[in-house]
Structure formats: structure tokens, C-alpha cells
Design a protein around this ligand. Structure first.
Ligand code: SF4
Ligand code: SF4
Length: 157
């Protein structure tokens, strides 16, 4: 019993054996090794393609009235890059630094709000397709009417 108490007391006064990551010179990462995804809400049209293709179910998109809540749990992310490859507006990129280290789990959570616009016919909330129209038809060109309609109104004659 006595040796155990001695070890316990010794351990109380010992300094931590782990090093603070911010003070460590990390090795240069191998070529092609990339960081976690970084989401840019100003380029996101809330299409949901990244959510569909994410194999680790990191991305959750939900609608609250005229806004989309775009949520990522990056602690589950495998950095596979599927969301980046499939995003039609380049709203997701790899972080340049692959060493994403933190002791606060909240640092791995991403919550962004994306504004929706109203369908030109019925007023239902729909994603703003301006970025897609610019990509398809060129910057500053008029946006075709069907891109400002909700799916229901698109089907109506
Ligand atoms: S990099 Fe892969 S695992 Fe991470 S969010 Fe994108 S699709 Fe999901
Ligand atoms: S694929 Fe791109 S545009 Fe679509 S919801 Fe994901 S981040 Fe947004």
C-alpha cells in the first residue's frame, strides 16, 4: 500500500508528459496529404450533394424557414475529399494545414446559415441558383426563368 501512495504523491508533482502541440515543430506533411474540408457559405447553394456523397455522414443540412443550416461534425471526417470533388460551386476546399489538433471538440463543429430565396411563382423557399447560372451561361448573363422556380412550379405548364 505504501509504495502505491508514494507513486501517487510523486505523480501529483510531476509535470505533464505530453507536449503542447502549438510549441512542437511538426514534420512537413507528405505530398498529396491534405487537411479537413473547409466550407464557404457564400458559395454554397445548399444543394445537398456533399451530404449525399459523404461516406462518414459528417454533413447535415436542414431547413429552418428561409434559411438552411449547414452542419459538419469534422471529428468524424476521414478527409476523403468526396464533398470537395462533387460540390458544383467549389464551396468546399481542403484546409492547407493537415494538422487539425485541438482539445476542444467544439472546434470540430461547423454551423453555417445559408439564405434561401423565394420561388418567382409561388413564393416557396428555394436555393439561389445564381452561382450555377453564372457557371453555365457566363457572369452577368440573365438567369433563365426556370432556375428561379421551385420544383412544383417548374412542372406546371
Ligand atoms: S472529406 Fe469525406 S468524410 Fe470529410 S466531410 Fe467530406 S465527404 Fe465527408
Ligand atoms: S455540394 Fe457544395 S453547394 Fe451543395 S450543399 Fe454541399 S457545399 Fe453547398
Amino acid at each position: 500500500m505504501l509504495p502505491l501512495i508514494r507513486i501517487l504523491i510523486e505523480n501529483i508533482f510531476k509535470p505533464p508528459i505530453t507536449e503542447d502541440i502549438s510549441s512542437v515543430n511538426l514534420p512537413k506533411h507528405p505530398k498529396g496529404f491534405h487537411g479537413h474540408p473547409e466550407h464557404d457559405p457564400t458559395r454554397c447553394i445548399a444543394c445537398g450533394i456533399c451530404q449525399y456523397f459523404c461516406p462518414a455522414k459528417v454533413i447535415k443540412i436542414s431547413q429552418i424557414d428561409d434559411k438552411i443550416n449547414y452542419h459538419m461534425d469534422l471529428d468524424q471526417c476521414t478527409c476523403c475529399g468526396q464533398c470537395i470533388d462533387y460540390c458544383p460551386t467549389n464551396a468546399i476546399k481542403h484546409r492547407p494545414n493537415p494538422y487539425f489538433v485541438t482539445t476542444n471538440l467544439d472546434d470540430f463543429k461547423v454551423d453555417h446559415q445559408i439564405n434561401l430565396i423565394k420561388c418567382a411563382k409561388c413564393g416557396a423557399f428555394i436555393p439561389d441558383m445564381t452561382l450555377i447560372a453564372n457557371k453555365l451561361f457566363g457572369e452577368g448573363k440573365p438567369i433563365p426563368k426556370h432556375l428561379s422556380l421551385c420544383p412544383k412550379c417548374k412542372r406546371k405548364p
